[in-house]
Design a protein around this ligand. Structure first.
Ligand code: SAM
Length: 239
C-alpha cells in the first residue's frame, strides 16, 4: 500500500527517500581512473598489512564490503584468503575484475548492495574500508547486524572510517551527530566518528582488538594510509 509504514523496512525506506541514492553518487565516481583519488592506486590499507604480518589474520574466507576497485580484496587473495567482494558501482567492479585478471587472481567480485547480503557464519574476516562512513545512520543497524551474522565465532571485523576533523564538518574536533544528518538532509560527504561513538556502536556485538588513527603512507610506499581515518579491528566472541 502506498506510503504505509508497517515494518522497520518501511521506516528505513522513508528515511532513505530524503537522500540522493548512493548508487547515483558512486556509479560515475570511478569512470575516470586517472583522477588523483587517494584510494585509486592498487595498494592495501596499512593496518590490514600490519595484521597479516603480525599473524592475526591468517587466511580463510573473507568478505569485503564496498570494495571499490578491489585493492584490499586483491591483497587478501594474494595472502591466501578466498574473497567475496561487493560494491554498488558496476564501474568499480569492472575495474576490480580487470585488476584480478591481470594478476590471474581468483576473487569473487560482484556488483551488489551490502543490504542484499545475508551470509550466515561463513567468514573469518569481514573488511570495510570507507563504506560505513557513507551509510546513513539508520542503515548502520542492519549493516552491523549483517556483519555480525556473516562472521564465524572468533572471526574479525576490520574497518577504516573518517575521524573528527574530516571534510566539511567543522573544526578538528567536530562531528555531525546522527540527528543532524536528518535535520540537514545531508551527510556532507561522509560521517566522521569520535572514538567514543565507534566504541558505542561496535562494542556490544564485538570485542575491540584495535582502534587507532591510520598511519600516513607516502605515494612511494606499498600501502595506503591517511591519518584522517580511524583504523579499527573487532572480534566476534565465541571461540
Ligand atoms: C570511499 S569508497 C572505498 C572503496 C574501497 N573500499 C577502497 O577503499 O578502495 C566507498 C565505497 O563503498 C561503496 N558503497 C557505498 N554504499 C554501498 C552499498 N550500499 N553497497 C555496496 N557498496 C557500497 C561505494 O560504491 C564505494 O565504492
Amino acid at each position: 500500500m502506498e506510503k504505509t509504514i508497517k515494518s522497520v523496512q518501511d521506516l528505513y525506506d522513508m528515511l532513505d527517500a530524503d537522500f540522493r541514492s548512493a548508487k547515483q553518487f558512486w556509479e560515475p565516481f570511478y569512470e575516470d581512473r586517472n583522477r588523483p583519488i587517494p584510494f585509486f592506486p592498487n595498494k592495501p590499507d596499512e593496518n590490514l598489512v600490519a595484521h597479516v604480518n603480525a599473524g592475526l589474520l591468517a587466511g580463510g574466507k573473507a568478505l569485503e564490503l564496498g570494495c571499490g576497485p578491489g585493492r584490499n580484496a586483491l591483497y587478501l587473495t594474494r595472502q591466501g584468503y578466498q574473497v567475496d567482494a561487493y560494491d554498488l558501482s558496476e564501474t568499480a567492479i569492472a575495474w576490480a575484475k580487470e585488476r584480478a585478471a591481470e594478476e590471474q587472481l581468483d576473487v569473487h567480485f560482484e556488483c551488489r548492495s551490502v543490504f542484499e547480503l545475508a551470509p550466515q557464519q561463513e567468514y573469518d574476516l569481514v573488511y570495510d574500508s570507507g563504506c560505513l562512513h557513507h551509510l546513513l545512520p539508520h542503515q548502520r543497524i542492519p549493516y552491523i547486524e549483517m556483519i555480525h551474522q556473516a562472521l564465524k565465532p572468533g572471526g574479525y571485523f576490520g574497518m577504516s572510517c573518517f575521524a573528527p576533523g574530516f571534510g566539511g564538518q567543522g573544526g578538528p574536533e567536530s562531528v555531525m551527530d546522527d540527528w543532524q544528518v536528518y535535520q540537514e538532509k545531508s551527510m556532507k560527504g561522509g560521517l566522521a566518528f569520535t572514538e567514543e561513538k565507534l566504541r558505542y556502536l561496535l562494542q556490544d556485538p564485538f570485542e575491540c582488538v584495535e582502534l587507532r588513527p591510520m598511519k600516513a603512507m607516502g605515494q612511494d610506499e606499498n600501502c595506503f594510509g591517511l591519518p584522517i581515518l580511524w583504523v579499527t579491528m573487532w572480534r566476534k566472541p565465541g571461540v
